[in-house]
Design a protein around this ligand. Structure first.
Ligand SMILES: [Zn+2]
Length: 203
């Protein structure tokens, strides 16, 4: 089924820049962390460049890549695409229904993953309605094909995954939805952390 593009490539460029800023201001990325992409046509995506703080990314900095199964894709744009682009390729390949992928390093959620846990609670609204179940993907080298394959395996059935010791990936039918899922994940992680602290003091 062809991917529906709302507003075209220029709109997608502005959307990505806006989401990068939101990720930064909510504390979901720091330094050169994170990467954001949008599938702009059936076979192409726009993705953030490497070696830049994403809060500084401008629409013209984004790189257009061919979504080719062999990943030997041609690219358009000045810079180098993010080193973690493999996860984006893998996600689009496995989920024809999605239009956007967000990868960030949400600190509280990562803290849970370092402790060997994911973010879960059966009643918490952020998780129940915004995020869903979040599987914990075992550690693999960031940027590696092994990590992309492992994450994609989970993304086949879930919209948000936690990468152990590293970060999280969220996907959505729109960039807005993928971004909201990432924000809700970290929000839920903060709530659960506070709940543990409060509970710890009550004993
Ligand atoms: Zn990362």
């Amino acid at each position: 089924m062809p991917t529906r593009v709302i507003g075209g490539v220029a709109h997608a460029r502005r959307e990505i820049v806006e989401v990068c800023r939101r990720l930064y201001h909510f504390g979901l990325i720091a330094g050169q962390d994170g990467n954001v992409s949008v599938r702009v046509k059936e076979d192409r995506m726009l993705v953030t460049p490497a070696a830049m703080s994403k809060v500084d990314v401008r629409p013209s900095d984004l790189i257009e890549l061919e979504l080719h199964p062999e990943h030997g894709a041609s690219s358009k744009g000045k810079g180098q695409e993010s080193s973690e682009v493999e996860v984006h390729f893998a996600a689009y390949a496995i989920r024809p229904d999605i239009r956007a992928v967000v990868h960030a390093h949400p600190p509280v959620a990562i803290g849970f993953s370092v402790a060997g846990e994911t973010i879960e609670h059966p009643l918490l609204a952020e998780l129940k309605y915004g995020v869903g179940t979040v599987p914990l993907v075992a550690y693999e080298q960031p940027g590696s094909r092994a990590l992309a394959d492992l994450a994609a395996k989970s993304l086949r059935s879930y919209d948000v995954v936690l990468l152990q010791y590293h970060g999280a990936v969220s996907v959505g039918a729109s960039l807005l939805v993928a971004h909201q899922r990432m924000e809700s994940l970290e929000h839920a992680a903060r709530i659960l952390l506070v709940a543990r602290q409060v509970k710890g003091r009550s004993h």
